[in-house]
Write a protein that binds this ligand. Structure first.
Ligand code: KIV
Ligand code: ZN
Length: 386
């Protein structure tokens, strides 16, 4: 089995489903080109039948990028597949992503159907999509809650019908990492023709486990990860691209690689959050404003002695300009001295102690002590000296 993980980006489809995050076609083309430069293998460009705008976006993205596969989503319906096929006609490599619900709750309450009918419709959709001449990916929606024996039968049947990739989504973000991994392993061990398709993982973050579940799926045999920039997506979001890419980069012992160029991550995160007007939470891994900011005295002292004491990623590796030391009432003398030196003031011994006492008075008043406050403190030092 290959150690290369295909990165399938769905920022422009699952990510763009977030209310208020809709992009115009021109904006989507900019994001798609940036995703190509980042090194993603597949771009899910939209759901062509859903609106004329989405159709146009898939057409234009198909023309705009050359390396990644361009993918269009469909339900397991003829009209959807016809429209997606039309939208993808300019793609150098196009993929139809079709599928149907696989859990009993979806089968009963969404489709008012039976397992047998769902299997039949899934097989039909794959064969029909395949007849259009594209790669075909099948998604078994809500696979995280599906009966495992039925899921295996469904996956075996759609691979026999020609599916190149089988997507096992944890649509509701329900699974625990070890159990999601076990599901993937079960399919690897029990689906007779599994070697004819790539297993894809698509995890939602309702319990904050999307990235953990994705990694667990990859460790158990999946070779494609479906992700979005900044983890944006329905409800609590999708698995974040930057987290998966950097986990595989940091944990070289896993021996799984991607084509992602990490130094482009931060720029793309900013591009997507700016265009979608979707701020990134400050403590978001890899791309949050505080991801490389050190604020407590113990951490600052350790970081200033040797960055690796408190950083497992060099910020430059992911395109973040630099680490930062935030001065607050929890900061220590080492950080204050360091920052003052950057501002051209050198303090040692008793003088530093006095400066520090005065700094704490300011810090207790303000949440964060900025350079302008330090300059004032330095200017007032002679009168502040005890
Ligand atoms: O979460 C999900 O199940 C999906 C499918 C449409 C792939 O987004
Ligand atoms: Zn999804």
């Amino acid at each position: 089995m290959s150690n290369k993980i295909q990165i399938f980006d769905t920022t422009l489809r699952d990510g763009e489903q977030v209310p208020g995050c809709q992009l115009k076609t021109e904006e989507k083309i900019i994001v798609a080109r940036a995703l190509e430069a980042l090194g993603v293998d597949v771009i899910e460009a939209g759901f062509p039948i859903s609106s004329p705008g989405d159709f146009l976006s898939v057409v234009e993205i198909s023309k705009a990028v050359k390396d990644p596969v361009v993918c269009g989503l469909t339900r397991a319906k003829k009209d959807d597949i016809d429209v997606a096929s039309e939208a993808l006609r300019h793609a150098k490599r196009g993929r139809i992503h079709t599928g149907i619900g696989s859990s009993d709750v979806h089968i009963k309450h969404k489709f008012k159907s039976t397992r047998e009918q769902v299997l039949e419709q899934g097989v039909w959709a794959v064969k029909y999509a395949k007849s259009k001449g594209y790669e075909v990916e099948f998604f078994a929606e809500d696979a995280g809650r599906a009966d495992l024996i039925f899921l295996a039968q469904l996956i075996e049947a759609v691979i026999a019908a020609g599916a190149d990739v089988v997507n096992i989504p944890d649509t509701t973000g329900y699974c625990l990492p070890h159990l999601y991994g076990k599901r993937i392993k079960y399919l690897v061990d029990h689906v007779k023709n599994i070697d004819r398709a790539v297993i894809s993982v698509h995890c939602h973050n309702d319990l904050g486990l999307a990235t953990a579940n994705t990694i667990s799926g990859l460790l158990n045999g999946a070779r494609q990860a479906e992700v979005t920039i900044n983890g944006i997506g329905e409800r609590a979001g999708n698995t974040s691209l930057e987290e998966v890419a950097m986990i595989l980069q940091v944990h070289k012992d896993l021996a799984l690689t991607t084509n992602i160029k990490p130094e482009k991550i931060y720029g793309l995160s900013k591009l997507v959050s700016g265009m979608m007007r979707m701020p990134v939470q400050a403590n978001k891994a890899i791309v949050g404003a505080n991801a490389f900011a050190h604020s407590s005295g113990i951490h600052q002292d350790g970081f200033l002695k040797h960055a690796e004491n408190y950083e497992i990623i060099n910020p430059a590796q992911v395109g973040v300009p630099s680490s930062s030391i935030i001065l607050t009432a929890r900061s220590g003398r080492a950080a204050l001295k360091h920052r003052m030196e950057l501002l051209g003031h050198k303090y040692e011994g008793e003088e530093l102690n006095t400066l520090y006492e005065n700094f704490l008075l300011v810090a207790d008043e303000k949440k964060e002590v900025k350079d302008e406050d330090l300059v004032m403190l330095a200017a007032n030092m002679p009168v502040l000296v005890k």
